[in-house]
Design a protein around this ligand. Structure first.
Ligand code: BG6
Length: 602
């Protein structure tokens, strides 16, 4: 996934484009580029590397009141200067930035080369400016030429284009996100709101098939036939500070540290007299449901495991599926199936594709997401927001905690609706102790020994994380976080699985972090002790009063609480462990190599 931005208005565009790209860099940081139009041609500036590298190549800001920009996550062609966007046609009159994948670029490229077009890069995107140039020759009408070019493309795209001599920006979307930002002095287009949140919170979320033409004092939204379209103007309830680093060294540390606030927002108004109440879901909404599927990717998949386990224990037939494998792994789906898409960004292509597949089979769909107006929220039958606020660090942290709490509440709502289900008999105490979760997280943040332990085990060969029941998804999440930002070998296992193979990897130099929640922990204790007898140092992660603490070599403590929430507290300890280990290893914590905040290509 990449980040694109466009801007037209009064005053110079370059500065706004560059700061917008910096706010989009969580979407990809393989290369960066801008193109500015100033009446004496289209000026392109691009290079491999981060926006800061691009800025250092610019002695002065190029002049021009309109332009486009791009930050890249490579899909076609390595991260080189040539493959950086914007791409242009042979004459350099048409410049284009793109997020997505053009599936039919190969045959288009061959056709265009046969017509004499010269290609500079290995990317799929470069066919677009050449196509626009070709249609311009036949139509002499830029808007029509862009429409015809877009109509020729197969695959996913959010595109912005500028053409020499035209004081306009042309854009279109299908399958990749694109938002229009409205400000008195200027118009913006971007892959995501943080790109222009410093300037405006008035936005229009564009739909698949929409095309936009921005001119200095007006904007037009049409379909690909040129028919005018109306789209609602919405106000984003995030403020720029939310999207800033707020004085922290890294977004990741800020997002770990602000979890008490995020969780308070997630919980607020959703517990009413010992029952769960969701603002957008009526009681009885799911009474006809007889099975539930959770689908997700990455960290969201581990949160989905958390929710799935709780719903299963309420007697509801439940599957938890990795979205990328949905078509091959899914059981039967029909109109009595509820499909819950768990996705913080609401834009992950694998998850969106799985939702569409389930919907095609008649399933009822529900998006659990962090982004109002995201594609998942707009395409699903219902949406529930986790309210964690913007998350910029590529490695998800606060959104995992807010997802797990939202899903835990959702499972109580669903179980209450389904006649055959048996809601938890300790539901009242579970919901009561939830109110304390934000302050318990605060205690973990204030008392953690994670930095010391990260130093103690820094030279380890590998890192293993084990847990049972709800602790299993936390062990997997702990290992994922460690891998994502330290680049060290880390693996998570269901405690009972360790002896069925992975134990062969256990040595004196492979610490085992044993997560326990006060629930099904017996297997975790026995398997941790088995690993210890093979020489592995054991780190207990959980409440004080557990017998594992007595035998462990080290210990990350969490306040005593209901077993449903203890795992989330343990996870905060593991987030901090990963953060401090990555810091000691001097890793680019907010922008780990080869990753992106959410992947909008399959
Ligand atoms: C990956 C991110 O690209 O996508 C992970 O690096 C994330 O952090 C995963 O968990 C899924 O993203 P989302 O937005 O669907 O929750």
């Amino acid at each position: 996934m990449c980040g694109i931005i466009a801007r037209i208005g009064h005053g110079n565009a370059a500065e706004t484009l560059l700061s917008g790209l910096e706010n989009l860099e969580y979407r990809g940081y393989d290369s960066a580029g801008i193109a500015v139009q100033n009446g004496s041609g289209v000026k392109v500036h691009k290079c491999s590397g981060e926006v800061s590298d691009l800025k250092s190549t610019l002695t002065t800001h190029p002049h021009g009141n309109m332009g486009i920009g791009h930050t890249r996550w490579s899909t076609h062609g390595p991260p080189t200067d040539e493959n950086a966007h914007p791409h242009t046609d042979t004459a350099g009159d048409v410049a284009v930035v793109h997020n997505g994948v053009i599936d039919n670029y190969d045959e288009l490229r061959v056709e265009l080369q046969a017509m004499g077009h010269v290609f500079e890069s290995e990317t799929d995107t470069e066919v677009i400016p050449h196509l626009i140039d070709e249609y311009l020759k036949s139509t002499g009408d830029t808007e029509l030429a862009v429409r015809q070019a877009v109509d020729t493309l197969e695959g996913s795209y959010a595109i912005a284009a500028i053409v020499d001599g035209e004081e306009a920006v042309y854009a279109a979307r299908k399958g990749s996100p694109l938002v229009l930002g409205l400000d008195d002095e200027e118009w913006f287009l971007a892959s995501d709101v943080p790109a222009f949140l410093d300037y405006t919170d008035e936005v229009i979320y564009l739909e698949d098939g929409d095309m936009v033409v921005l001119e200095p004092d007006s904007y037009r939204i049409t379909d690909l036939e040129g028919e005018p379209l109306e789209r609602p103007i919405e106000t984003v309830d995030w403020d720029p500070e939310d999207a800033g680093k707020g004085g922290y060294d890294h977004y990741m540390l800020k997002e770990i540290d602000t979890q008490p606030t995020a969780l308070s927002n997630t919980i607020e108004g959703r517990i009413d007299n010992g029952t769960v109440a969701f603002e957008d879901l009526q009681s009885g909404t799911f009474e006809d449901v007889d099975s539930v599927q959770f689908i997700a990717c990455g960290t969201s998949y581990h949160a989905a495991m958390y929710g799935g386990q709780l719903l299963r224990s309420a007697g509801v037939r439940t599957e938890v599926l990795r979205a990328s494998e949905y078509k091959s792994m899914s059981g039967p789906v029909d109109d009595a199936t509820l499909v819950v898409a768990v996705t913080q960004s609401g834009e992950t292509a694998d998850t969106l594709d799985a939702v569409r597949t389930a919907s095609d089979h008649g399933a009822r769909t529900l998006a659990v997401t962090n982004v109002v107006g995201s594609t998942a929220a707009r395409e699903a039958d219902d949406a529930v927001y986790i309210r964690a606020g913007p998350e910029v660090g590529v490695a998800a942290t606060k959104t995992f905690s807010s997802q797990a709490v939202t899903l835990a509440l959702l499972t109580q709502h669903v179980a209450a609706d389904i006649p055959e289900a048996t809601p938890r008999d300790d539901r009242a105490s579970m919901l009561e102790s939830l109110e304390d979760l934000p302050s318990h997280v605060e205690t973990v943040l204030d008392t953690t020994q994670a930095e010391e332990l990260a130093e103690t085990y820094l030279d380890s060969e590998s890192y293993f994380f084990i847990g049972s029941g709800l602790g299993h998804s936390v062990a997997l999440e702990g290992a994922l976080k460690f891998k994502e930002i330290t680049y060290e070998h880390a693996e998570g296992f269901a405690s009972g699985q360790l002896k069925h193979g992975p134990l062969a990897l256990v040595t004196e130099t492979t610490p085992v972090f044993a997560v326990y929640t006060g629930g099904e922990d017996e297997k975790t204790k026995t398997n941790a002790i088995e690993a210890q007898s093979r020489g592995a140092p054991i780190v207990a992660v959980g409440p004080d009063d557990h017998s594992l603490v007595d035998v462990a070599d080290a210990y990350l403590s969490v306040p005593d609480t209901h077993p449903v929430w203890a795992g989330l507290l343990a996870n905060v300890q593991l987030q901090l462990l990963s953060y401090y280990a990555a810091k000691l290893l001097d890793r680019p914590i907010d922008k780990p190599r080869n990753l992106a905040k959410s992947v909008t290509v399959e």
